[in-house]
Ligand binder design. Structure first.
Ligand SMILES: O=C(O)CCC(=O)C(=O)O
Ligand SMILES: [Fe+2]
Length: 349
């Protein structure tokens, strides 16, 4: 696959997205163009003036710390392997994108909340349904309040991308109604002895894009020259990166940039919201993204099946269910880490 690479960038841009929430159409267009440049050249950028209050973010941090500070047995009461829609506590070692290198992290996974009588849930669509919540005062309210806010920022960005790409209104956002968009609460514990352990190995994200709020430095992204570039910590920003689905929709005009988390000397939390398309969306290069004579560079992908297949191949409890014949890989599933820029760089990292 010969798709574009990001440029040999040395830093990632910051974009003030306040105009996306206002009514000044010229300012909106200018912001959309900045988003477009960043999506094409870098695949990563900070967004500032995103509108999520500090108190909302602080409540998320406080609740997350309270949860991860619980004894292991209490956390395991919410073990993700007890859930039938992939919600709950992910102990260190459970998720292994590269089985030869364990990530030094634990996590708590939640997603778009759907009630048990929703048709998708009744139909048994993977990963759809209700969240699992620990019995901690205010945890569900505070964490889901952040979810709603960051999801709304994602919607505003999706609109901006439509504009940046010259697409019709709803060409992208019309496929985002009740998506399997996960919010992960991630904890990278401080371990002074594990100096060369990775926090999280190199990868691209599977969805349209990700909105990340870390609490400390450690994130690195790979530029078009194959060099790892540090993403300095900014308290006032969310970090946005393009994922596989937007790379495919744009026929490679936007790049899903590889990234990783290196071990840092401090305890670190991070909060990625993976902004996905609706489960049954077919993601394929959009006709409007093909110039005359261009051919699609990507096979179509079923959004939800792609997420589910990648998840099955990277979580131990799901690998076991697969081996036991309790679940099946969706038809046409791709191997883990075989798509986009990451697949091209895989041997370099
Ligand atoms: O923790 C971070 O800064 C990044 C996490 C990440 O890349 C991911 O979970 O996909
Ligand atoms: Fe990621």
């Amino acid at each position: 696959m010969s798709t574009r690479q990001p440029t040999a960038f040395e830093s990632i841009p910051a974009i003030d997205i306040a105009p996306l929430f206002g009514s000044d159409t010229a300012a909106q267009q200018a912001t959309a163009e900045e988003l477009g440049r960043a999506g094409r050249d870098v695949g990563f950028f900070y967004v500032v003036n995103h509108g999520i209050s500090e108190s909302c973010q602080q409540a998320l941090f406080d609740q997350t710390k309270r949860f991860f500070d619980l004894p292991f047995e209490r956390k395991m009461e919410h073990y993700i392997g007890k859930s039938n829609n992939h919600r709950g506590y992910v102990p260190a070692g459970e998720e292994a994108p590269d089985p030869t290198k364990a990530d030094a992290k634990e996590a708590f996974d939640l997603s778009f909340e759907l009630s048990g009588d929703h048709p998708e849930v009744r139909a048994g669509t993977p990963m759809m349904g209700a969240n699992v919540w620990p019995d901690l005062d205010g945890f569900a309210d505070d964490v889901y309040a952040y979810y709603r806010n960051v999801f709304d920022v994602g919607r505003a960005l999706m609109r901006g991308f439509e504009q940046a790409l010259g697409l019709e209104t709803d060409a992208l956002l019309g496929r985002v109604n009740e998506p399997p968009s996960q919010l992960r609460l991630i904890h990278y514990p401080y371990d002074p002895n594990a100096t060369d352990a990775q926090g999280i190995g190199a990868h691209t994200d599977y969805e349209c894009f990700t909105l990340l709020r870390p609490t400390a430095p450690g994130l690195e992204v790979m530029n078009g020259a194959g060099e790892w570039i540090d993403v300095p910590y900014r308290k006032d920003a969310l970090i946005v990166n393009i994922g596989d689905m937007l790379e495919i929709w744009t026929n490679g005009a936007f790049v899903a940039t590889s990234h990783r988390v290196r071990k840092v000397k401090e305890e670190r939390y991070s909060f990625p919201l993976f902004f996905a398309a609706d489960y049954h969306t077919e993601v394929a290069p959009l006709p409007a993204m093909l110039d005359d004579g261009d051919t699609p560079k990507y096979e179509p992908l079923a959004a939800g099946d792609h997420l589910w297949a990648q998840t099955i191949q990277t979580f131990n409890y799901l690998k076991q269910r697969l081996a036991a014949g309790e679940i099946e890989l969706p038809d046409g599933a791709r191997g883990a880490g075989t798509l986009g820029q990451h697949a091209r760089h895989k041997d370099d990292v």
